[in-house]
Design a protein. Structure first.
Length: 168
């Protein structure tokens, strides 16, 4: 539990992030290559051989070319909302985010927490992006992921819908 708290909450502008601890590294998106989504239109696992550290977070890449692209313009390739599930952030909950469940909209990478989360997000992509942008900027960014998650699991946002409600 403590490793996840440390990994997800660096003392940098990227706080909080969907990262895991590997030794003394805080690895973004369990090592998925954030550039591959843009250059290959697919998810790909990065290699420890091709790493960059940005704002205290380690990003891995499938190739030296992808590393060079990221190093040139990190902001272009970073996932929105710290790599957390975009659908979760639309509810102000920084949780989940699977590197293999994603979409690119208007040149921005959105990670989702699995097929169900992506399906819910896809019900209203512009509306969900608007909500997620609002909650990320006003409430989530810069805060501790675990406290934010706990708060919003108890005190739900006004538009909260359960999985069952979304299915309908």
């Amino acid at each position: 539990g403590c490793a996840a708290m440390t990994a997800q909450n660096p003392s940098s502008p990227l706080r909080p992030v969907n990262a895991v601890t590997e030794g003394d590294k805080r690895v973004m998106l369990k090592g998925y290559d954030v550039v591959a989504y843009f250059t290959q239109s697919r998810h790909a696992i990065g290699s420890p051989q091709f790493e960059s550290v940005h704002e205290g977070v380690t990003f891995r890449f499938a190739s030296a070319e992808h590393k060079a692209l990221f190093d040139k313009d990190p902001a272009k390739y970073q996932p929105q909302y710290g790599g957390y599930c975009a659908n979760g952030i639309a509810y102000a909950i920084p949780w989940g985010g699977d590197g293999d469940t994603w979409l690119v909209v208007d040149g921005k990478l959105y990670i989702n927490g699995g097929p169900g989360s992506k399906a819910a997000f896809m019900l209203d992509v512009p509306g969900n992006i608007k909500l997620a942008d609002k909650y990320w900027s006003e409430e989530v960014r810069g805060n501790h992921s675990f406290w934010q998650r706990a708060k919003r699991m108890v005190f739900r946002v006004p538009h909260y819908k359960s999985g069952e409600e979304l299915d309908r």
